[in-house]
Design a protein around this ligand. Structure first.
Ligand SMILES: [Zn+2]
Length: 119
């Protein structure tokens, strides 16, 4: 399990907190709606980042598990799949935040079929 994002998350949360305090001082007469928008914008960024980090941690855990257990086999010919380089896909999540997810995939060395893990 990847845990090196712990410190980054603290930093991220601190950014939201201090950013929000600074914003509030600059906007002493802000309406509830304005405060909500400012808060959502900051939380949206933190949310996207946490989602990305946590998803990457799952991918890393999957890979480790695959190394100690049996590797998946090709559904076409039954050969053992080989782990291949990662593929990035970009998702847009709430508040229009971009997420870059990196994942590994299996390739059959015999027939060349590629298999992406579900999810
Ligand atoms: Zn195959």
């Amino acid at each position: 399990m990847r845990t090196d994002f712990d410190a980054q998350w603290d930093e991220l949360a601190e950014e939201v907190l201090s950013g929000m305090k600074a914003w509030r001082l600059q906007h002493p007469k802000a309406t509830l709606r304005q405060i909500e928008a400012a808060l959502d914008e900051r939380l949206g960024k933190m949310r996207a980042r946490m989602l990305q980090d946590a998803a990457l941690a799952s991918a890393a855990a999957d890979l480790k598990a695959a190394q100690v257990t049996e590797r998946p086999v090709c559904s076409e010919c039954g050969s053992q799949l080989v782990e291949r380089t990662v593929a990035a896909r970009e998702l847009i999540t709430q508040h229009n935040q971009a997420l870059k997810l990196v994942r590994s995939y299996g390739v059959c060395p015999t027939c060349g079929a590629g298999f992406f893990p579900p999810g």
